[in-house]
Write a protein that binds this ligand. Structure first.
Ligand code: ATP
Length: 378
């Protein structure tokens, strides 16, 4: 579905059937992926899921075991890094400490094409692009972390690569600089219209930066789509809980599309295919999807649950309520299983005291259902 929707776009890079092992350990199982012209694609996943490995294969820093990497129609899987025309930026800047900022940026400008005047022109063009005019004669350690990372970015872009590869470029920076540079990278990438892959384990970074997100887990791709679809229509339980938060309640499929949720309520949901009655599934909803119902006589359009307030947290813009389905929640042991978290406006919670009953309603459109393999089935 993903490819058909944007198939009018030209492919800049295709990863076709790529596998990678380290001895017996399978780091990447079988990766198929397109990067389109002008697109910013984020590889997102927990530590060890294989995102850096995949980036290194594209860059030619490692070799694929199986499959191909095709750039602008040409198989580059066996080419040396220098021949792949990829600009690379790593987490730790990796600038040359004994070279000036100018010389760092000019480092990749080699070959006949880059005469001295052309090199100088390119360096000053890039310095103004990253807002560091006047720093050409400084050395990396005289710059802040954020400035060094901008120089690393300029150095990567300088030789006009076909593709830009960014491996956790912001994670060594402090929060404020990170937010700022995030927007700069986004603006720069769009302005240069350069197809870019950015590796991150930070879901917020992926959601705010990416045109599309590739969610990875244990060497496989769980889902590839726009941030909106990843968040609103997660294809699996893993995606649903890795990107944003989701409450998950045990449920049983009773018959066809009737579900019995948390041993308490029925709900009718259209499922993708048929299941044997009594199949166990999980029903999920995001913290912001629940509403507190004060008038219980109104009919629900989804599920309505009677809960008890265990704890309240101030989140700034919202209040988070921790709720239990069990009235004797003082004795709750499996907290994770039976605790529900919802985010509501402060005003909606003012009248609630700990232990009081809270009736919540979740619209059917906000409900997700996952089968025993964690695949979304609704
Ligand atoms: P992180 O954010 O921690 O870097 P990642 O998703 O980028 O995580 P990779 O660095 O791609 O993960 O590593 C994937 C798996 O492959 C890890 O379990 C890692 O230990 C293993 N691995 C990576 N490189 C090698 C190597 N050269 N030799 C052996 N195992 C490796």
């Amino acid at each position: 579905a993903d490819i058909s929707r944007i198939s009018s776009k030209k492919t800049a890079l295709e990863i076709r059937g790529v596998q990678k092992r380290f001895k017996d350990f399978v780091a990447l199982q079988h990766i198929d992926l397109h990067l389109y012209e002008g697109e910013l694609l984020c590889f997102l996943g927990p530590s060890g899921c294989g995102k850096t490995t995949l980036l290194r294969l594209v860059a030619g820093l490692d070799e694929v075991d199986e499959g191909q990497i095709i750039k602008n129609g040409q198989d580059i899987s066996r080419l040396k890094t220098e021949k792949r025309r990829c600009g690379i930026v790593f987490q730790n800047y990796a600038l040359f400490p004994n070279l000036s900022i100018s010389d760092n940026i000019a480092y990749g400008l080699q070959g006949k094409k880059w005469t001295k005047p052309l090199r100088q022109e390119r360096v000053s063009e890039l310095l103004s692009l990253i807002g560091l005019q006047g720093s050409e004669l400084k050395y990396p350690l005289q710059l802040s972390g954020g400035q060094q990372q901008r120089v690393a970015l300029a150095r990567a872009i300088a030789p006009e690569p076909d593709i830009l590869l960014l491996d956790e470029p912001l994670s060594a920076l402090d929060a404020r600089v990170r937010l700022h540079l995030r927007q700069e990278i986004r603006a720069l990438q769009k302005r240069l219209n350069m197809p870019t892959i950015l590796v991150t384990h930070d879901q917020e970074e992926a959601l705010t930066l990416a045109d599309r997100i590739v969610v990875m887990n244990h060497g496989v791709i769980e889902q590839v789509d726009t941030p909106e679809v990843i968040y609103n229509k997660p294809a699996s339980q893993f995606v649903a809980t890795f990107v944003g938060q989701m409450n998950l309640l045990p449920a049983k499929i009773q018959a066809e599309d009737w579900l019995y949720v948390a041993d308490k309520v029925d709900v009718r949901l259209k499922l993708k295919h048929q299941f044997i009655p009594n199949t166990g599934v999980l029903v999920g909803f995001r913290p912001e999807s629940a509403r507190i119902v004060s008038d219980d006589s109104l009919v629900t359009q989804g599920i309505r649950l009677s809960t008890y307030l265990i704890a309240r947290e101030f989140l700034g813009a919202k209040t988070r309520l921790h709720l239990s389905l069990d009235p004797s929640h003082a004795a709750i042991t499996d907290l994770a299983e039976r605790t529900i978290q919802i985010d509501v406006d402060h005003a909606a919670t003012d009248f609630l005291s700990i232990d009081s009953q809270v009736i919540i309603d979740i619209d059917e459109k906000q409900l997700h259902v996952f089968d025993q393999d964690g695949r979304a089935i609704c």
